[in-house]
Design a protein around this ligand. Structure first.
Ligand SMILES: Cc1ncc(COP(=O)(O)O)c(C=O)c1O
Length: 423
């Protein structure tokens, strides 16, 4: 019996004599070899989630939302597994193209795409652009006038539904910076404009209602609204976004990819055969495949109040607790089976009292300086949101599989931190 449920860990995770192994490698060995903080991804689990999504939705219909976790190795992996790649900025597009993924496998997103980003996407021959505003249509028309380029597009529509998730990651409601509003008629006006424009080849409609959504009913409700709108348009592609939630803590459960797919299939059943229904999962592909390993640097018991355990990372490698109040678990990978009878606030090394990773964590008794701490389910929106606040270098990322680990993003160095300075 592990103190942390194995369902929060990736599929190859196992425990031997109390020690956590992932991808056939003991996690303490990874910390010793690559240092901490360290992001560890289980490559088999990443591939399994990609395959599961493709099996449910079909080849060419799953777009991996790279914002969840992106580096060259991840871009290649998703491409090898037959996923398209959603890039929301010129930077994400550049990263994906630099990894050798063709532009034709990319979908460009973004609520405020610049001329440069649109031109770069068109030059790369992206599969389609998800158009988000009338201003963007103006820009594409200006580019068409200058270059003759015609953009294959889907239009992002906000269906006007509220979902149960943190308000910062709700995106399908009327009061949103994203997309064309369905309720006030903007979405219909955008369709008309796109149809009349020689700069646009309108192929479909898109929506994305939010992120870390646990209730499949939220997806069904939004999909029904979208199907109603889409049905009369005679278009060939409908993207229903990503947003599937994952369990981060022992008390959470989330629908699986097949359960999500089943709900969406029911909702789109009225559509004519031949319509391609696409999805854009990010978190559900990468979250559970990843974990973070830290080293404990200080243990500060404050009698009658609490114990602070500080690790060698913090809000710079995982800003989610600060941004959304997200919960996590923590455990010692050398003592995975020990009951977690102690309580501590797990904090980072940044100059903020708010630099909290876990507010009130169950930890093994006697946690001491030099111990390792693992936070599972950090594969999504951890490394991708990492920053260098306080000039703390960003962690390395390793992929593990079949008893081997390979570095896919090296640890940032002190030299990297001053590389952009002009003296
Ligand atoms: C347009 C779009 N598609 C897909 C996603 C992926 O969402 P998730 O990682 O929750 O699946 C996002 C993330 O917010 C998004 O903005």
């Amino acid at each position: 019996m592990t103190a942390v449920p194995l369902r929060l860990l990736s599929s190859t995770a196992c425990v031997d004599d109390g020690v956590l192994w992932v991808g056939g490698v003991p996690v303490p060995d990874l910390a010793a070899r690559w240092g901490t903080p360290l992001f560890v991804y289980d490559e088999k689990d990443l591939r399994a989630r990609c395959r599961e999504a493709v099996a449910e939705f079909g080849a060419g219909s799953v777009v991996y939302a790279t914002k969840a976790f992106l580096c060259g190795a991840m871009a290649r992996l998703a491409h090898e597994e037959g996923l398209l790649l959603d890039v929301a900025t010129g930077g994400e597009l550049h990263t994906v193209l630099s990894a050798g993924v063709p532009g034709s496998a990319c979908v460009l997103h973004g609520n405020n795409k610049s001329d440069e980003e649109l031109r770069a996407a068109l030059a790369a021959g992206v599969r389609h652009i998800v158009v988000d505003s009338f201003d963007e249509i103006d820009r594409l028309e200006a580019i068409h006038t200058a270059t003759g380029a015609v953009a294959r597009v889907q239009l992002r529509v906000t269906p006007g539904v509220h979902v149960h998730t943190h308000e910062y990651v709700q995106t399908g409601q009327d009061d949103s910076k994203f997309g064309f509003n369905l309720g006030n008629g903007d979405a219909s006006r955008a369709v008309e404009r796109a149809r009349l424009s020689g700069a646009l080849d309108l192929v479909g409609i898109h929506c994305h209602i939010g992120s870390n959504v646990f209730a499949v009913q939220n997806f069904t409700e939004a999909s029904r609204v979208m199907v109603d709108f889409f049905a009369g348009l005679g278009l060939s592609e409908l993207t229903l976004g990503g947003g599937l939630g994952v369990a981060y803590t022992s008390d959470e459960t989330a629908p699986s990819i097949p359960e999500w797919a089943a709900a969406l299939r029911t909702a789109v059943a009225p559509l004519p055969a031949g319509v391609r229904v696409m999805v854009e999962p990010g978190r559900a592909i990468v979250a559970r495949a990843g974990l973070t390993v830290y080293t404990v640097g200080t243990v500060k018991p404050i009698g009658g109040i609490r114990t602070y355990v500080a690790v060698d990372g913090g809000m710079s490698d995982n800003p989610r607790p600060v941004l959304y109040g997200s919960g996590y678990e923590a455990f010692d990978p050398r003592r995975t089976e020990d009951p977690r009878e102690g309580r501590a606030r797990i904090v980072g090394k940044h100059c903020e009292s708010g630099d909290v990773l876990i507010d009130d964590a169950a930890v093994p008794a006697g946690l001491a300086v030099g111990d390792l701490l693992v936070t599972p389910v950090t594969g999504a929106y951890g490394h991708s949101m990492a920053n260098t606040y306080n000039k703390v270098p960003r962690p390395a990322v390793v992929f593990v599989a079949d008893g081997e680990s390979r570095l896919v993003v090296r640890r940032e160095t002190l030299e990297d931190l001053v590389r952009l300075d002009v003296l």
